[in-house]
Structure formats: structure tokens, C-alpha cells
Design a protein around this ligand. Structure first.
Ligand code: HEC
Length: 197
């Protein structure tokens, strides 16, 4: 065992590198964040909070993240998911819904990227009616399907490709879409010194 120094050297450099990558580098990154920043996010309304609850209950978080990585750490910007996330983006999120899986796209900015309520409802009702290759499950139990013979209902949305079928969102679907619409983490935080007292 006259080459024990190789093990000692290997072990020491692994630990040193890990400390740098997982302790020091994040610390340097966080210390560079502007402490003077005031979040530009708006507090959630009652409907949005209910939608947020339903986002958790329906397992959306298992397939969607809400965190845009810095360009040095990934191609998120290239995917068009918006600017890198900032701590102040999550000021009203308790608990946060950062997510760890990206079976589907990041939803940090979905309210800005897809501002059509009708699109969101149709997509939740049947993702494949809008995105042919989608592997997202549908949530049809949040919708009532009505036909042209039924009396017209306010808020009914015509199913694409079907001339005589509409979907009518229930309260849960409306709240969930309100929550999705509220996800606009593309506003820049303001500086405390710029905010009028
Ligand atoms: C099994 C994984 C899975 C689950 C669970 C899931 N999704 Fe998705 N989602 C996807 C995939 C894959 C896509 C991309 C294809 C598409 O647009 O349908 C997607 C797309 C989306 C989009 C469009 C994103 C964009 O950038 O165009 C929205 C909005 C969305 N999902 C919301 C939800 C909500 C809300 C829930 C929970 C009610 C949910 N998803 C649950 C996999 C999932």
C-alpha cells in the first residue's frame, strides 16, 4: 500500500471541490443578489390561491418546475421561459412550488407566455386537442361538455374540430387557470430607493 497518498489526494480534492461547488459558489451567488430589491410580484387573489391549491392537489408539480435557471447552468433562456428566477419572485409562495421534474415546460412565466384563458382551459380539458404529441394527462372532470342543443352557457368554449361541442369550466378549473394566468415572473424587481413613500 505504498500508493496511499493517491487515495488521500483523491478524497481531499473531491471534498474540496464539493465544498466549493455546493457551499461556497451558491453563497457567492446569493451574496451578489441586490438586497435593495422589492418584489414586483402581486399578492395572490383568493381565486388564485384556490387555484394554487388545486395545482398541488392535481400533481402538476410532479411534471412542471417554476424556476428558470441562469444561462450558465442551463438552456432555459433558449427555451423562451423568461429571465432567470430571483428570490423576490417567490415572496408570496408558501410553500414554494419550485418543482424538480421537467416532464413538461417550466411554468414560471406561463401567464405571460400563454395569456389566453380559452387555450388554458382547452389544454387542461384535453392537452392533445392542442398539442398532438403531448403526454400531459387531461383533467376533463373539471369540465362539463355541452352540445349545441343545450341552452348556451356563459363561458362555454368550443372544442376545436368539433362544431357542436363546448366545454364549460367548473369553479376549480376557473381558479386553476386564474392561478396559471398570475404566473408572470418576468417583471423586474424594483429598487427600494425608487419606490415612492
Ligand atoms: C405527466 C406529466 C404532466 C402532468 C402531471 C401535468 N403536465 Fe402540464 N405538461 C406536460 C407536458 C409534457 C407538456 C408539454 C406538451 C403540452 O403542451 O401539452 C405540458 C404542458 C403544459 C402547459 C403548457 C406549457 C407551455 O409552455 O406551453 C401548461 C400550462 C400545463 N402543462 C399546465 C399543467 C397543469 C396546470 C397541470 C396540473 C393540473 C399539469 N400541467 C400537469 C406534462 C404534465
Amino acid at each position: 500500500m505504498n500508493k496511499a497518498y493517491i487515495f488521500v489526494l483523491g478524497g481531499t480534492s473531491t471534498i474540496t471541490l464539493s465544498i466549493f461547488l455546493f457551499v461556497l459558489a451558491p453563497r457567492i451567488q446569493v451574496s451578489a443578489i441586490d438586497k435593495d430589491a422589492i418584489s414586483a410580484q402581486l399578492p395572490y387573489t383568493e381565486a388564485e390561491l384556490k387555484g394554487r391549491k388545486s395545482y398541488i392537489e392535481n400533481g402538476c408539480i410532479y411534471c412542471h418546475s417554476q424556476q428558470v435557471r441562469d444561462p450558465v447552468a442551463g438552456a432555459d433562456k433558449h427555451f423562451g421561459w423568461g429571465r432567470p428566477s430571483l428570490p423576490s419572485d417567490y415572496i408570496y409562495d408558501k410553500p414554494h412550488l419550485l418543482g424538480t421534474m421537467r416532464t413538461g415546460p417550466d411554468l414560471s412565466n406561463i401567464g405571460t407566455r400563454q395569456p389566453s384563458r380559452d387555450w388554458q382551459h382547452l389544454h387542461l380539458y384535453d392537452p392533445r386537442s392542442l398539442v398532438e404529441w403531448s403526454i400531459m394527462p387531461g383533467f376533463p372532470f373539471m369540465y362539463e361538455v355541452v352540445t349545441s342543443t343545450d341552452s348556451p352557457k356563459p363561458g362555454a368554449i368550443r372544442i376545436p374540430g368539433k362544431t357542436d361541442q363546448w366545454i364549460v369550466p367548473d369553479d376549480e378549473a376557473e381558479n386553476l387557470v386564474s392561478y396559471l394566468m398570475s404566473l408572470k415572473r418576468d417583471r423586474e424587481p424594483m429598487k427600494a430607493s425608487e419606490v415612492k413613500q
